[in-house]
Design a protein around this ligand. Structure first.
Ligand code: ZN
Length: 72
């Protein structure tokens, strides 16, 4: 499932949303229902267990290189 991370420009809430067919315009804030949300990552991520695994195979959700201290 394609999951994107969004941040609300109204309240700052960060949330994840499944996006089908690139319908980013229909994404609204989970907290305040504002449509003013921005996509935080451009890369499609797939949920694997309780970790994010990027489409490129990196096991890290916080850095692209997969070499940060939180990577394992
Ligand atoms: Zn909000």
């Amino acid at each position: 499932m394609p999951i994107f991370e969004f941040q609300c420009e109204e309240c700052g809430e960060i949330f994840e949303e499944l996006v089908f067919g690139g319908n980013v315009k229909e994404v609204i804030c989970k907290k305040c229902k504002s449509p003013k949300v921005k996509k935080l990552i451009s890369q499609v991520a797939f949920r694997s267990g309780n970790k994010f695994v990027s489409a490129s195979g990196s096991s890290c959700s916080t850095c692209k290189a997969g070499t940060c201290s939180s990577c394992n």
